[in-house]
Design a protein around this ligand. Structure first.
Ligand code: CDP
Ligand code: MG
Length: 246
């Protein structure tokens, strides 16, 4: 039998799964026993709009986009209890992990999942109509309990978006890292190499960082680009830092 390549994939246990208390079931379905993959990283995240926008950047402009952001930010399932809004982000590592986890998750649309793959995780999901101001249904929000990266490129982008290298044990990391030699601070949406009161320190000398993150921050400061072009790096360094605005 041909050896399957060891891969990494990002899984998100979405707010509807947490609200419906099916987390244990999902983790069990994703266990090494079922998928042959192992946990390489895990964190509980209250999702900011910046992180949600970066995660679902490919869907910007679609009729369900705003509803999708509300969903992943936990606003849809916890409109009044902001403190309960969270997802569980997990990195899985194993042979053929991408395909196996997508298969355990099942088709995107819960109705299709129930028809075509009863027993998959997304078969337990819900479909919520999205209406315009006139009350007409313009799209659907698919509350499908779990996110799983679809391709290698998507997995790399998503794992680097949600996790720093130090969230993952060194022998389980598969993307190149560097040791940063400079400071990068963020204040009022501006990047800087100098601390001022109110600055957030993104990178400090000696930090282990994704090589691609370091390149992007360097090019942003060198070319005086807007810090927002580095949101894909910045978002993860703001995870769980301060309470989010409602
Ligand atoms: O998650 P997956 O890769 O299977 O599907 P996608 O097409 O990349 O869409 C991302 C997510 O957007 C889905 O998992 C759904 O939760 C949501 N979605 C939605 O709410 N309404 C749609 N009409 C399509 C997708
Ligand atoms: Mg997708």
């Amino acid at each position: 039998m041909q050896q399957e390549k060891v891969e990494q994939t990002l899984v998100l246990i979405k707010p509807d799964a947490l609200k419906n208390s099916v987390t244990g079931f999902l983790l069990s379905q994703l266990s090494e026993y079922h998928t042959g993959s192992r946990f390489a990283g895990a964190k509980i995240v209250q999702v900011s709009r910046m992180l949600a926008e970066q995660h679902y950047a490919a869907h910007q402009g679609k009729p369900f986009y705003e509803a999708l952001l509300d969903y992943i930010m936990g606003r849809a399932h916890y409109p009044d209890d902001a403190w309960k809004r969270r997802v569980i982000a997990i990195v899985y590592l194993g042979p053929g992990a991408l395909k196996k986890v997508r298969s355990v998750a099942g088709p995107t649309d819960p109705h299709v999942a129930r028809d075509e793959q009863p027993g998959c995780i997304r078969a337990l999901g819900t479909v919520v109509p999205i209406k315009n101001a006139a009350g007409e249904v313009i799209s659907e929000r698919l509350d499908n309990l779990i996110h799983a990266s679809a391709t290698h490129d998507e997995a790399e982008r998503e794992i680097k978006l949600w996790f720093t290298p130090c969230d993952i044990p060194p022998l389980m990391r598969t993307y190149p890292t560097d040791v940063c030699e400079e400071h990068y601070y963020l204040k009022d949406g501006e990047l800087s190499d100098t601390y001022e009161p109110g600055s957030v320190c993104l990178f400090a000398p000696g930090d282990v960082v994704w090589s691609s993150d370091l390149e992007l921050l360097r090019s942003c400061t060198r070319n005086a680009q807007a810090a927002s072009s580095c949101d894909v790096v910045i978002a993860k360094y703001l995870i769980n830092r301060n309470p989010l605005d409602d």
